[in-house]
Design a protein around this ligand. Structure first.
Ligand code: NDP
Length: 445
């Protein structure tokens, strides 16, 4: 990076020096923008990059709650509104012990460009807490969610900020959060949170949307290269919401998924992971992949090694950030992997991305490949506003079209700048241009 880009990055670094994930995310976007600045010199004059790298607001709050033994626990809560240029802040809540301001800021920053790519009217935000739901009883999770919402309710609203789920936050947590919001505000305002159970105004198909969308994006990348999913061997990391429905859709479309994981190990099954058993273990029993392996005589639990050592045609990182590094990328390339589509946010390190691109591996970056989740969340907001109930089929059809359109805008922009097959460049630039135009149009606010 040089000139204006280097100056902006230096300023971001100075202000956020203790936040490496945020700096990684900003660096990745800014490094794509040089050709755009040549076409649009007004971006510098209007300080668009300075404005798009500084969050509009950052809320940090104490969350005090009681565990089952009546001990008082204190966690930290976050909600960050990065940009409302395109609509209300929209992005999930993450409950995980590693959550800090830098994590939330990187996720919210990525969300701005991802949400822009969907073409829908949603700005970018993110939030969460360092609360660890693992090993907590249902009642403890409920009390934590109520305590968290007792502060958050002041800042959210269907036209202001609309949270959803992320790691550690699924339909159960969203239900508790919504219940507390409803009680505190005396309003049934379902559009304030997405990812609700269908009985509470949730959208059929939201639970599946991120994983399904990642597979639809991969399918589009393959189609553009005269290939398809049928008969491909795949590895999917993670075994949470995104991984589960990524596995399901890959299997529906004729691919075989031989491995998935959690932070305790890898489940390997050469004949293909059994979706129904995995879903029962993960969604109903809240179990581990080791419980899945206990139930499947054909499956093997690997507690050592990396999931990316397992040979595959297609790789789907669906667990967490920086889970696939340069060594993993080299192994995947050596083993003949042809495509990587990111279900998780920023799962590949910058080294890994460079290796994929040099080797000609088709690389679908998170902000494009996993945008199906937030796109369908925006459909849930519409459903809530119209008080209709859409069918699963309606939602899945729209998701497929949205993923095709995101693919085409990334590929179209990449081609226009002679960066053929560079989906990372295409996603950054297409996402940036739409939000930059809006920031410019508002004047200085
Ligand atoms: P879940 O909490 O449902 O699942 C997370 C999964 O990743 C779990 O299997 C978890 O294992 C695993 N995992 C987390 N950290 C690690 C690690 N360090 N090593 C190995 N496995 C790990 O979360 P989601 O499926 O919702 O989210 C997964 C990713 O997708 C995140 O990056 C999230 O930001 C992204 N995403 C999610 C969307 C959504 O709609 N939910 C939308 C767009 C992106 P364990 O249980 O052992 O921790």
């Amino acid at each position: 990076m040089k000139g204006y880009l280097a100056r902006v990055y230096a300023q971001v670094k100075k202000r956020n020096r203790a936040e490496p994930l945020f700096l990684q995310a900003v660096h990745e976007v800014l490094s794509s923008l040089e050709p755009v600045l040549i076409e649009h010199p007004e971006i510098e004059d209007s300080a668009i990059l300075e404005r798009l790298t500084e969050p509009e607001r950052q809320i940090i709050f104490r969350v005090a709650w009681q565990d089952d033994r009546k001990r008082i626990r204190v966690n930290r809560g976050f909600r960050l509104g990065f940009s409302s240029a395109l609509g209300p802040y929209k992005g999930g809540l993450r409950f995980h012990p590693t959550v800090d301001l830098g994590t939330v800021k990187f996720l919210a920053f990525e969300q701005v460009f991802k949400n822009s790519l969907t073409g829908l009217s949603i700005g970018g935000g993110k939030g969460g807490s360092d609360f660890d739901p693992k090993g907590r009883s249902d009642n403890e999770v409920m009390r934590f969610c109520q305590a968290f919402m007792s502060e958050l309710f002041r800042y959210v609203g269907f036209q202001t900020d609309v949270p959803a789920g992320d790691i550690g936050v699924g339909a159960r947590e969203i239900g508790y959060l919504f219940g507390q919001y409803k009680k505190l505000t005396n309003r049934f305002e379902p559009g304030v949170l997405t990812g609700k159970e269908p009985g509470l105004g949730g959208l059929l198909g939201r639970k599946e949307a991120t994983g399904f969308g990642t597979v639809y994006f991969a399918e589009e990348m393959l189609r553009a290269h005269s290939d398809g999913l049928e008969g491909k061997t795949c590895v999917v990391s993670g075994s949470g919401n995104v991984a589960l429905y990524c596995i399901r859709k890959l299997q529906d479309l004729g691919a075989k998924v031989v491995a998935c994981s959690d932070s305790g190990g890898i489940a390997y099954e050469s004949g293909g992971i059994g979706f129904d058993v995995l879903k029962a273990v993960k969604e109903v029993e809240r179990g581990r992949v080791s419980d899945y392996v206990d139930r499947r005589p054909q499956a093997e639990l690997k507690s050592e090694g990396r999931i990316w050592d397992i040979p595959c045609d297609l790789a789907f990182p669906c667990a967490t950030q920086n889970e696939l590094d340069g060594n993993d990328a080299e192994t995947l390339v050596k083993n003949g992997c042809k495509l990587v589509a990111e279900g998780a946010n920023m799962p590949s390190t910058p080294d890994a991305v460079t290796i994929f691109q040099k080797a000609g591996v088709l690389y679908g970056p998170a902000k494009a490949a996993n945008a199906g989740g937030v796109a369908v969340s925006a459909l849930e907001m519409r459903q809530n506003a119209s008080q209709e109930q859409w069918t699963f089929r309606d939602v899945d059809d729209q998701l497929r079209q949205i993923m095709e359109s995101i693919h085409n805008s990334c590929a179209g922009v990449a081609n226009r700048f002679n960066r053929h097959n560079d989906y990372a460049f295409g996603a950054n630039v297409a996402g940036f241009l739409r939000v930059a135009q809006a920031v410019q149009a508002y004047g200085v606010v």
